[in-house]
Design a protein around this ligand. Sequence first.
Ligand SMILES: [Fe+2]
Ligand SMILES: [Fe+2]
Length: 558
Amino acid sequence: MELRSILPENEKSILKPLYSFALSVIGAVSSELILSNFLDAHAITTSLGRVSVIAIALFVVHRFALESLHSYRPKLKDLLTLTAILVGTVAMVALGKLVCLSMLSYVKTLHLTGFMSYAQDIEPQALYYAIPFAAGGILVQAAMGIEFALVFGVGLSLIVGVYFPEDLVLPAFVIATTYIGSLGMLKVRSRSAYIKAAVSVGIVTGLFALARVAVHADNSLFNLLVGLGTAAIGGLLCSFVVSGIAPVVEHLGGYVTDMTLLEIATLDHPLLKQLSIQAPGTWNHSMVMGMMVESAAQAIGANTILGRVSCYYHDIGKVKNPLYFVENQVRGENRHDKLSPSMSALIIKSHVKDGIKMAQEHKLPVIVVDMIPQHHGTALIEYFFDKACKEAEDAKLGDAVDKNLYRYPGPKPQTKEGGIIMLADGIEAASRTISDPTHDRIQGLVQKMINKVFSSGELDECELTLRELHEIAKCFTRVLSGIYHQRISYTEPAEKMNEKEESSNQSKQETSPKEEGRQADQKNRVESSATTKKENAEAQAKRDEDDDGEDLKRLGIS
Ligand SMILES: [Fe+2]
Ligand SMILES: [Fe+2]
């Protein structure tokens, strides 16, 4: 069990700095044990001095980030992983340095002639750029986020600054490559993100290696080529190390990288195939939600891939009883008509429990499984609750209906992505009930739904701000208007064609010899037809309004 969860709140606040300092000391001691062998000064006091400098610096950087970075909120598990990756990176750097020194020693023993004889004059620092310093930071970014990579980059550069005194450019190089590599992996769309990150690291490494050649005024062609070669090797090694170690970090630390989310975003996944066949209405709802959530997440800086993938799987439990859900029902057929309201609510609620079970059986990432109960939070299934209240009233039962029977079990959305998914879920379903989905009507519905969910308190635990809710509303309206706009354009020409056909038939049937009489007759007919059409349109609008109201009520909106 995690240490934080078994301690009372006041003890937690005391222990937090203590265990973060303890981990800083562990990081510093490990660095000393691994890297001090490359230094000349081995006295105990010198070692203690180096350990103290690094431990204090790491601790202060962590505390500073804690106060200044909103998203840097590490749990004990995160700090342990951060320290483990830091120590692993230091060990890899030591190995890299050892290889570089060994290679140079070997080259010096060779009898090289001509152009290659320059190889014997290369300084070891020139080869250090081939060491994948940035790999650790990129790994931290992929698993924990960019704020953690920011802290990691500063920490590693401090260590490099202390243990590589021969090269003053190296700390700046470590920070620059760590950050550029992390940025390259920030918006992962496919596996090629590793290549993009490697290319970014390679380019920055090349610039640093060339700058080093310029600083040392040693601009021979051979050193220029060595600089470019080490840069290319450094970039490639970063890509290999990150892609190789990331699955290990995910497995041991329980993290989920965007790469793993992309793997399950494929529509070929057995669960999604099952959903598309057994509950096509739900599948369609999930896909549209995916578009809405991705757009909104992009606008407010949330995780777009997590949002989209979670939408695909949020209602997966509906495959157990697809016909009990409105989006899969044929109009006029409602299986709930034969059930009591409490039984209906039980079946509706069960899609959450079934969904979690199915997702766990298929080993979906925990972060995606967590979205399944959160997409309904603790919301009330209003339609069946109202139905139960009405039935109790009609039967003159004294007992009040137990509201908890008609509530989803929760928890409420815990993340921004969870909050957006909850909003998109209700709004996508409600948008299907609009008979004339103009931009204004969609906008009105989106706003009405967001206000309703916000005032119900379901978004209290997910840190969405009012400004972000405003952005989300704009994105949802844009996506839904885009979808429904196409539907409107299909129906209009058909109506116009019918009208044209009607008027051409009328003109063909017109055989009166007197022009005045014919015109009067036609005018009367048009007026009469217009009146009938107007009456029909009003009646249809009334019917649509009633249907909308009923549908919205079923969805718990009105
Ligand atoms: Fe649902
Ligand atoms: Fe849903």
